[in-house]
Design a binder for this molecule. Structure first.
Ligand code: NAD
Length: 503
């Protein structure tokens, strides 16, 4: 481990677990070994879940605004350590500086959101047909929430789930990606500091309310299979969701699935091309194409194809691929050799079905153990072959279209349904795109790319993206159980539907 990484971990409060273990962690930036993390045996993972359940039984009784205070204190820790945690994200996940910091900012934002939410967990009062009765709905804490996260948002996704779950009165157990356990250790150490500050301020707090369990899918399965975990929020590939979803359904647990995307944008004849160019370039190349919301398919109207595509190619040629912490770098590395193999395979397949590839070469930034590539544009005649699946790398497939209905139909003709956008100044097209007959995705944007998310909105997608919603709007409801309560404050007992039942 480099001295730099060790100092960062120490500054974030990590006192153990990052050395002497069996899980080898390599920085994608250099290929260097940066940690040998101690894995959690499955039995111990189960014990953590049992403890979290006991903690839940107490935590659920603490008033929600008081629970919010813990999340507020966690937000303070994040603010104080934003630079260090952001840098660690860059080292372990290969994100450029602004994206590493941006990820921590998302954590801070969800803390703020959750603190406000802790005073707004409200239900409805509903008109009842019976005299001297009141009918209402109440929302109650659910239990232990299992959080399984992916490598590409190693800490923000946990925070999206954890902060909401905590104010909702739940306990949490986190299984981070086996590719990014160091950022998880650091995040949890910051959370422990918030817990210490909470207790020091005199608040009651059960032990083991939040646990971190580290390892591969067997450790994740402990969460999926444990009867005391009523909700698993799992972020990752559609293949993972296919494995996890049925197991949760079999024991009637809730699944909040945030899976793969195959996101598209449409460039319509009236589009502001300067704005579209920036939107497309960032959405397709940012994070080296390793965002669930990365733009992967572009439908360009035939009337402007020959104007727009050459400009886009120029933008592609000008971006700096390099070490993520170096100034001016816009594109960092792929996560590992496997990701690089999938990138090459998709480009080969595209060529074999007639795709014209620009870019896509491997770039030697730090030797053979790191995998940097020039982002690729692939011009396709048909919406077919590798275009139809998510390859988690910077490949943008471009196709021409003639009329808007065809473009929308193509954009919807894939398994995933996460994010989408249209660039247009034609109000009819814009409204059609966001209407019932438009994009079938969980996110549908106008004049802004499909990538990224803002805390206030519900985040997630349809079809093979899994249907889950996290973060803002009323996503909190997934972390609570709803009860309908009818209260009779009269002296008679009118039965529903006017039934007579005299005894
Ligand atoms: P992955 O599916 O390989 O792993 C994700 C997590 O699931 C890891 O923690 C892994 O250990 C765990 N896991 C895998 N199989 C499991 C099983 N059978 N039981 C329990 N746990 C299991 O994904 P990845 O390579 O880390 O991340 C990239 C993928 O995640 C892409 O497909 C991307 O689109 C998707 N993603 C989606 C969102 C979203 O919000 N929709 C966000 C980020 C990433």
């Amino acid at each position: 481990m480099s001295a730099d990484t060790r100092i960062l971990l120490e500054s974030l409060g990590v006192t153990g677990g990052h050395t002497g273990g069996t899980l080898k962690v390599h920085s994608p930036n250099t290929g260097e070994l940066i940690g040998e993390v101690v894995e959690t045996p499955v039995d111990q993972a189960k014990a953590h879940i049992d403890t979290a359940h006991e903690a839940f039984l107490k935590w659920r009784l603490i008033p929600a605004p008081k629970r919010g205070e813990l999340v507020r204190l966690f937000g303070e820790e994040l603010r104080a350590h934003k630079d260090a945690l952001g840098k660690l994200v860059s080292i372990e996940a290969g994100k450029v500086t602004s994206e590493g910091l941006g990820e921590v900012q998302e954590m801070i934002d969800i803390c703020d959101f959750a603190v406000g939410l802790s005073r707004q967990l409200y239900g409805l009062t509903i008109a009842t047909e019976r005299a001297e009765h009141r009918m209402m709905e109440t929302w109650h804490p659910l239990g232990v929430v299992g959080i399984i996260s992916a490598f590409n948002f190693p800490v923000a996704v946990w925070a999206w789930n954890a902060c909401l779950a905590l104010v909702c009165g739940d306990a949490i157990v986190w299984k981070p990606s086996e590719k990014t356990p160091l950022t998880a250790l650091a995040t949890h150490a910051l959370f422990d500091r918030a817990v210490a500050a909470y207790k020091a301020a005199g608040h009651a707090m059960p032990e083991g309310l939040s646990a971190l369990i580290i390892g591969g899918k067997e450790v994740g399965e402990a969460l999926v299979e444990h009867e005391k975990v009523p909700l698993v929020s799992a972020t990752g590939s559609t293949a993972m969701g296919r494995a996890v979803g049925p197991k949760l359904a079999a024991r009637f647990a809730r699944a909040l699935l945030e899976l793969g995307g195959n996101n598209a944008a449409i460039i319509a004849p009236s589009a502001d091309l300067d704005l579209a160019l920036r939107g497309v370039a960032f959405a397709a190349m940012g994070t080296a194409g390793q965002r669930c919301t990365t733009l992967r398919r572009l439908f360009v109207h035939e009337s402007l194809y020959d104007t727009f595509v050459p400009r886009l190619k120029q933008a592609y040629a000008s971006v700096k691929v390099g070490h993520p912490l170096e100034e001016g770098t816009l594109i960092g590395p792929l996560i590992d050799a496997h990701a690089f193999a999938l990138f090459e395979r998709a480009l080969d397949e595209a060529r074999s079905v007639g795709g014209k590839v620009t870019g896509g070469a491997r770039v030697d930034v730090n030797g053979k153990d790191s995998y940097y590539v020039r982002p690729a544009i692939v011009e396709m005649d048909a919406h077919a072959g590798p275009v139809l699946r998510e390859t988690f790398a910077p490949i943008l497939y471009i196709m021409k279209y003639g009329n808007i209905e065809d473009a929308i139909a193509m954009q919807n003709a894939v398994g995933a349904g996460l994010s989408s956008s249209i660039f247009t100044n034609d109000i009819r097209e814009a409204e059609l795109f966001v209407s019932a007959a438009g994009s079938d995705c969980g996110i549908a944007n106008v004049n802004i790319g499909p990538s990224g998310a803002e805390i206030g909105g519900a985040f997630g997608g349809e079809k093979e993206t899994g249907g889950g919603r996290e973060s803002g709007s009323d996503s909190w409801k997934a972390y609570m159980r709803r009860a309908t309560n009818t209260i009779n404050y009269g002296r008679s007992l009118p039965l529903a539907q006017g039934v007579t039942f005299d005894v």
